[in-house]
Ligand binder design. Structure first.
Ligand SMILES: Cc1cc2nc3c(=O)[nH]c(=O)nc-3n(C[C@H](O)[C@H](O)[C@H](O)COP(=O)(O)O)c2cc1C
Length: 372
C-alpha cells in the first residue's frame, strides 16, 4: 500500500488506522515563515468531527491535534510539519456483527483479496478516520492561500430533492459569511432547506438506511496560471483529489449542465474589455486557472454501513445475512465529507501555487537578482 502521499511540491503523507493507536500526517513543502494558526486547524477539525449532532456518526473523538515537528515559536521552519491525533473513542465490540463477513459497499472484499488482511473493526485504512489528517493539512494549505488572498468554501448542495442552486452572487455571499454554511447542522446554507433535509434524514435513520449527497465547492481570487499542462492540469488534479475521498463517486467542474445538450455558442465565455462575459468554464481553460471563480460539484454515494439487513458472503464463501445492529456510522457521509472537499481543494490549489512560482525564468531572476 505504497500510495499514501498527495501533491508534488506541498506533499501530504498520511498514516494510521481507524482503530489503531493514532492517525498522523507529514506535510512537506510548507514555506518557512508561515504562521501556523492552531485555532484554524482545530476549527476545521471540529467541523469534520463526529458527535456534533444526530446526523453524523456518534463516534465522538476529541481530535486533539499535536504538532511534533517543523515549528519554531508557531512559525513553520520549512522542515516537514508532522501531526498526530491519538484515537481515544474506540469501541471494537460495536463491529462484532461484521467479523468474517464482507460489508456490502465497503472495502473489505477488495482489501482482503489484494492484501490478504483486513481490519474489520473500523475498516482500518479504508475508514474515513484518515480524512481528519487531510483536514488538518488542508487547514495549513488554507493558511498558505490566505497569504495571497485566495479563499475557498464548500457546502452541501443536494440531499434527495432538497437542492441549492448556486450562482456567482450566492457564492460571494457565502465567502462574506461562511457561517451561513457552518452554523447549519447539515452544512446546507439555507435555513428552510436544511430543516427539510433534516426531516428526510430523520426518516432514514429510523429505517436504518442511508443517503448520498452533493457538495458544491468554490474558490475565489485565484491568479491566472495555476495548473500545468498536460498531466498536472488543475482540473485533473482536482478530480484526483476529490475522487480520492472515501465514498466519492463523481466530480464535475461547473454547474452540472448536461453538456451534450448545450451549443458552443451558449457555452463559450465571450471575452470583452470588461472581462469574461460568463463563466461556464468554471475558472479553468486548458487546465490553467483563468482568474474567474473556480467551482464545481462532488457526489458522495450513500453510506454503505446501514442497519437494514443485507445479503453478503462470509470469509468461507458462504451466503449469510448481515445486520449491523451496532457500529457508529454516518447516515449521509456527504455532510462531513464536505469539510474534506474543502481540505482537498485547498491542498490542490496551494500545491499548484507553489509549483507556479518556478514557471518563468523571469520569476527565477527576480528571486536571485541580488546574487546575479
Ligand atoms: C467523512 C466520511 C465519513 C464516512 N463515514 C462512514 C461510515 O460511518 N460508515 C461507512 O460505511 N462508510 C463511511 N464513509 C465511507 C467509507 O469510508 C467508504 O465508503 C469505504 O472506504 C469504501 O470506499 P469507496 O466508497 O470509496 O469505494 C465515510 C466517508 C467520509 C468521507
Amino acid at each position: 500500500m505504497s500510495s499514501n502521499s498527495f501533491g508534488k511540491k506541498l506533499v501530504m503523507t498520511t498514516f494510521g488506522e481507524s482503530h489503531g493507536e493514532m492517525i498522523g500526517a507529514i506535510l512537506d513543502g510548507v514555506p518557512s515563515g508561515l504562521k501556523i494558526d492552531r485555532e484554524l486547524i482545530s476549527y476545521r477539525l471540529s467541523l469534520r468531527k463526529g458527535g456534533r449532532n444526530s446526523f453524523v456518526t456518534p463516534r465522538n473523538e476529541d481530535d486533539e491535534i499535536e504538532i511534533i515537528s517543523g515549528l519554531k515559536d508557531e512559525i513553520a521552519t520549512g522542515a516537514p510539519l508532522a501531526f498526530i491525533i491519538k484515537n481515544k473513542n474506540i469501541k471494537k465490540r460495536d463491529y462484532q456483527d461484521l467479523v468474517g463477513k464482507f460489508r456490502p459497499g465497503h472495502a473489505h472484499y477488495t482489501y482482503l483479496k489484494k492484501y490478504g488482511l483486513f481490519e474489520e473493526s473500523g475498516g482500518g485504512r479504508a475508514s474515513a478516520r484518515e480524512t481528519a489528517m487531510r483536514v488538518a493539512c488542508g487547514a495549513v494549505a488554507e493558511m498558505i492561500l490566505r497569504e495571497v488572498g485566495i479563499q475557498s468554501i464548500s457546502f452541501v448542495s443536494k440531499i434527495k430533492d432538497v437542492v441549492i442552486d448556486s450562482c456567482d452572487d450566492f457564492f460571494k455571499t457565502l465567502f462574506c459569511e461562511p457561517t451561513l454554511i457552518t452554523d447549519k447542522s447539515l452544512f446546507i446554507p439555507d435555513e428552510e432547506k436544511n430543516a427539510r433535509a433534516e426531516n428526510i434524514l430523520d426518516g432514514l435513520i429510523k429505517q436504518g438506511d442511508s443517503l448520498g449527497g452533493r457538495i458544491t465547492f468554490c474558490a475565489q481570487f485565484l491568479p491566472v496560471g495555476l495548473g500545468d499542462p498536460v498531466y498536472e492540469k488543475i482540473s485533473a488534479n482536482l478530480a484526483k483529489a476529490m475522487m480520492s475521498i472515501p465514498a466519492v463517486r463523481g466530480f464535475e467542474l461547473g454547474n452540472g449542465e448536461d453538456l451534450s445538450e448545450i451549443h458552443g455558442s451558449q457555452f463559450n465565455d465571450e471575452m470583452t474589455l470588461d472581462g469574461f462575459s460568463s463563466n461556464h468554464s468554471a475558472g479553468i481553460l486548458g487546465g490553467i486557472t483563468n482568474g474567474e471563480l473556480l467551482y464545481g460539484h462532488v457526489h458522495f454515494k450513500p453510506t454503505s454501513s446501514i442497519r437494514k439487513k443485507q445479503k453478503t458472503l462470509n470469509a468461507e464463501g458462504k451466503e449469510v445475512e448481515l445486520e449491523m445492529k451496532k457500529g457508529r456510522h454516518d447516515p449521509c457521509v456527504a455532510i462531513r465529507g464536505s469539510v474534506v472537499v474543502k481540505a482537498m481543494l485547498d491542498l490542490t490549489l496551494a500545491d499548484a501555487l507553489l509549483i507556479n512560482m518556478s514557471t518563468r525564468l523571469d520569476d527565477l531572476k527576480k528571486k536571485y537578482e541580488r546574487i546575479i
